[in-house]
Write a protein that binds this ligand. Structure first.
Ligand SMILES: [Zn+2]
Length: 54
């Protein structure tokens, strides 16, 4: 299962969440510590491919 990194505003820290790709696409990410669902995705090494859309 891929890992995704987010920044949690409530915890004020980065969290790493294991999610399936389909869950990620639905935007189901929630902070594992506080349950906050308004996480900011950290775009980085965890993304296997970067497709540019402009
Ligand atoms: Zn949190």
């Amino acid at each position: 299962m891929p890992l995704y990194e987010y920044f949690c505003d409530k915890c004020q820290k980065e969290v790493t969440i294991p999610m399936t790709i389909s869950e990620h696409e639905k935007g189901n990410a929630a902070c594992p510590e506080c349950g906050n669902r308004t996480l900011k995705p950290l775009v980085g090494a965890f993304f296997p491919k970067t497709s540019r859309k402009s």
